[in-house]
Design a protein around this ligand. Structure first.
Ligand SMILES: [Zn+2]
Length: 161
């Protein structure tokens, strides 16, 4: 096993490249197969040498990288435009249910001083926090995945296979 990384400018079938997922291991072509694998995090990638692309094959998420001659560049799954649409959807997801609950509390106010007069306000806060939690979970799932994989690979290395 030669540890040297072949620093050819092109991404080609017989080269060795740093792993874009764990940024720790080396990926190289597997014998008799048209895939690349990392010896550290053990992920499998499909390749497209014409377009210099590397695509993760064993993940639900379509993670793709472009080889620019020196390193991997992550390809955004969405353009900035649809990213803006997601931001609007996220804000609507957060604000609308909270507004509906708040409106309900406004239209049907409880009598001040009654035992449950705090409930509409409490319910509004709870709605907001629940939706905020969902949103944060989605964001972490979406952006942090390679970091999760990195810790997974690190743990595997520390514990041993
Ligand atoms: Zn790796």
């Amino acid at each position: 096993m030669s540890g040297a990384i072949n620093l050819s400018d092109r991404f080609c079938a017989d080269g060795e490249y740093p792993c874009p997922v764990c940024r720790h291991g080396t990926i190289r072509g597997m014998p008799l197969m048209e895939v690349f694998a990392c010896q550290f995090c053990q992920h499998i990638f499909t390749t497209n040498f014409d377009r210099q692309l590397l695509k993760m094959a064993d993940s639900q998420l379509p993670l793709t990288w472009y080889w620019n001659g020196k390193g991997w560049k992550g390809i955004q799954r969405e353009s900035a435009e649809s990213g803006g649409r997601y931001a609007i959807a996220a804000v609507a997801f957060l604000v609308l249910p909270t507004a509906i609950v708040a409106l309900g509390g406004y239209l049907f106010p409880t009598l001040p001083g009654t035992p449950l007069s705090w409930l509409p306000f409490f319910w509004m806060i709870l709605t907001f926090l629940a939706h905020l939690f969902c949103l944060m979970w989605l964001v972490v799932e979406y952006y942090q995945l390679p970091i999760f994989l990195y810790f997974q690979a690190l743990r595997r290395r520390v514990i041993g296979n």
